[in-house]
Design a protein around this ligand. Sequence first.
Ligand code: CS2
Length: 520
Amino acid sequence: MTPVPTSVPAPTPISGTGVPAGTTLSRSAPVAGLLVTPEAPGGTGIVHLGLGNFHRAHQAVYTALAQSAEPGDWGILGVASRSRRVVDALRAQDHLYSVLRIAPEGSGVSVPGVHTGTLVAGEDPAAVVAALAEPATRVVTLTVTEHGYRISRRTGRLDLDADDIAHDLSARGARAPVTTIGQVARALERRALGHGAPVTVLSCDNLQSNGTTTRDLVLEFLAASGAGQDVLDWASTSVTFPNSMVDRIVPATTGRYADEVRRTTGLVDAAPVAAEPFSMWVLEDRFAAGRPAWQHGGAVFSAEVEAYELVKLRLLNGTHSLIAYLGALDGRATIPEARAQGFVERAARSVIADEYLPSIALPRGFDAEAYVEQLFGRWSNSALGHRTSQVGSDGSMKLPQRVPAPALRMLADGEMPHHLALTVAAWLCCVAPVDGFDPGPHAAAMTDPARERLAELARTAPGIEAFVTAVLAHDRLLGDELAAHSEFAARVADLARTLTTHGPATATREVERCGRDRCA
Ligand code: CS2
């Protein structure tokens, strides 16, 4: 496999071209040299749930490149989950925003220009369901993060006990659903009972088999909410849920990026996004009602998407987590700073070579060595300033996608996945430090929906061993199967003890010694 960077046109700096100071980005501003899509799309064929930075620097760019090569009704209605900030900014800018492509050798700006409207789901969930149910909507795309799917960490199925899922199931007809799965399911039901136009639901989140997973969750929701067999049959035949692997490192926006856009273009943009130059998208070509010509942006259509997903989720995301947690515990603010520490790099290389790679059936022709070297290059992009606290956030949602399957494979063979245990131990030390241990400011800045529960367990457990057992075996935060392996929990506890008493470099050396000497 050759990783495929997008061919976002080389940006043309337009500073010094007489743009009056303070001109806001809009279609009437001098954006011609920056716009990826010369024409605004005529119609809205895509509703996107999750108007975050990742969508705006990834799928929107591919869609803009597709539109500029083969124009069609593929405008995007972007739905933010709760925050008005980006929506307000985009509305004031004709739904334009800049994508800053950041590389150590310099940055550049382009403007995708494919959004035709915006909504805030938290304010008007009924409008979201209505948009999803529109016959003109032919593709629904999702970047709602791992948390947005309401997957039970224990069972891997729809979390029927989650309050908002329970709300959506009971709200039938009376109130609009508030969860993503509830909104998609209700819209599909409405389509089935109404015009019947087929549609594709495309997950672009870092979930294993993200399309199949989304389909299962939606069908589970429909069944649990008492949808008729006719609706379930229609959803099975007229809706497709392709799997897709998405990849581009996109940091959280800071004021620095708006300044850089202004310096480069002379324009004021209240909603820029920054991203690395690398971008990759591998999808199954199963679209029920057409799709944009995303191949013009460099998207690859493949029947081996699930293998690409595993490569991405484990080699990139799993290792990213380890780098972020070890780095934060070592006082490093960013991924490049963390990755530059010899012990972090050694740990990252070992977890890839010894624990992640052997767990993956690689896509045909995939050059793992080149991919891994490219990863280390991407993680070294110091101009990007990707924070350890950003990658380390939501570990309770991310790690179940990254750690249990490869760990279980080794445990079943009687081997201890030391670096995966180190990943879990470092996560727990960051987000639920035991009494008296200060993990530092970067760990403190990590957010996690399980943080409160973890803190309670850390406070009430009589020691590290009991704490880890409570997390893994009783609360089963990494799933039922891993919960059964007390030897894994014991290893995590040992490493957590070393991390808190001697720090991450010593814990990594301990793991290396164990790797060599095969200690339990
Ligand atoms: C990261 C990802 O935050 C994380 O957990 O591993 O957001 C990563 O940067 C992207 O998946 C890259 O495509």
